[in-house]
Write a protein that binds this ligand. Structure first.
Ligand code: 9MR
Length: 389
């Protein structure tokens, strides 16, 4: 990556930052060198993330015909009223982070437990939020009994029963369902690019179509989504994944499968300098040309490898949000943006992608005290600048 010269403008900016934070010349030179190791770090530091007014993300998105929302961690529902209040203020759509997965919902083959899901649905209803379902078919979060007792003889019945029961239970109350999650993994080596999951092994590649048809039958009103990850970057993996997902969507549409949208998870890695707006744009266009809507379903920005300095880290994370959203929101087929969590207090990344220096991670729009961060500003700015739907 080219080293950016320390221009007078940059020097003045960094010096005023030093003056503000009381740092000496050494610390600033250090900070600059550090910043420059990351693509665009100096640009991110100089970027203006100001926003006009105080309106919530929910209102800014709605002003453009978009929906903003987030994943809600079950642990916060009864125990954290401040989080719930911040959620209701900023969001227009709620997706339970875990409790609608098989493991939580179906503790035994013949017993469904809707208690937690129903509480979450009630919270959404009481606060005028749309409710979104995640997820009906995934190779993770399966209960122990699945591995022990599901086989090629009973799998179809068990899957159809699951979809009928769960989708039927929330029919009429749900905005959209992630019907199938993360079914593509080109490096598993299959010509169709599908991941070698228990579903594929037991039911064959048609399991995806079977699931969508069952979901459509159980709730003809819900928007049915195929959801997948690592579609964002111009890397070998990103490129092969986008191609494989597109082919899967084409096959499903050609068979008349009732699929309505692609969910792009967008778990971003700021330290990976492989963002290519042109490639992402053309992927979105290709998806839209299949007459599919697009949702950004699980957005966050991993700060695992970013400098520990909070000012710099927050700028880099915010820049990643704005760069990405300003590109995807140009595409009229994109109808919703959800972050995977709302506050740094509750994020899967604390567990799954912790920092080696043990500093708390800061991947989401609100900090751990529910104050708006620069990432919030970045999302707000992207909504403000987005074309009207
Ligand atoms: O954030 C979720 C975490 O709390 C759960 O333990 C985990 C397993 O159920 O799933 C995480 O959410 C994943 C989502 O369901 C699918 N895309 C990747 C998300 C992060 O791993």
């Amino acid at each position: 990556m080219p080293h950016k010269p320390l221009t007078p403008g940059r020097r003045t900016f960094l010096l005023s930052l030093a003056a503000l934070s009381g740092m000496g010349a050494f610390a600033i030179a250090d900070k600059f060198r550090y910043a420059n190791r990351y693509l665009g770090a100096t640009d991110a530091l100089e970027k203006d993330f100001s926003v006009v007014g105080n309106a919530s993300l929910r209102d800014r998105a709605a002003a453009k015909g978009l929906i903003y929302g987030a994943a809600f961690p079950h642990v916060a529902l009864s125990s954290d009223r401040a989080f719930a209040a911040a959620f209701a203020q900023e969001c227009a759509i709620l997706v339970p982070e875990s409790i609608l997965k098989w493991k939580a919902l179906r503790p035994e083959p013949n017993r469904f437990d809707f208690a937690a899901g129903d509480l979450m649905a009630k919270f959404a209803r009481n606060h005028g939020l749309l409710f979104r379902g995640h997820t009906l078919v995934w190779h993770e979060a399966l209960p122990q009994w699945f591995q022990e007792s599901v086989n090629s003889q009973n799998v179809r019945r068990i899957l159809l029963e699951h979809i009928k029961t769960v989708v039927g239970h929330y029919a009429g109350k749900i905005h959209s369902w992630d019907v199938v999650n993360e079914a593509v993994l080109p490096k598993d080596g299959r010509p169709d690019g599908l991941r070698n999951t228990p579903w594929l092994q037991l039911l064959g590649p048609d399991y995806i179509e079977i699931a969508f048809r069952a979901a459509a039958e159980a709730d003809p009103q819900a928007l049915l989504v195929y959801n997948d990850h690592w579609l964002d970057y111009d890397t070998n993996e990103g490129n092969t994944r986008r191609t494989a997902v597109l082919k899967l969507l084409e096959r499903l549409k050609a068979k008349g499968t009732p699929i309505h949208a692609l969910g792009i998870q967008a778990h971003l890695l700021r330290d990976k300098p492989y963002f290519n707006p042109a490639k992402l744009r053309s992927f979105l266009r290709d998806v839209a040309s299949l007459d599919l809507k697009i949702l950004i379903t699980e957005m966050d920005v991993t700060d695992k490898k970013l400098p520990v300095d909070v000012t710099l880290r927050d700028h880099l994370v915010a820049a990643a949000y704005e760069d990405y959203l300003s590109v995807v929101l140009e595409e009229p087929a994109v109808i919703a943006v959800l972050t995977w969590g709302l506050s740094d207090r509750y994020t899967w990344l604390s567990q799954d992608e912790p920092r080696s220096d043990k500093a708390p991670v800061r991947p989401l729009p609100l900090d751990a005290q529910f104050r708006r961060k620069l990432a919030w500003n970045a999302i707000a700015r992207a909504f403000d600048q987005a074309p009207m739907r």
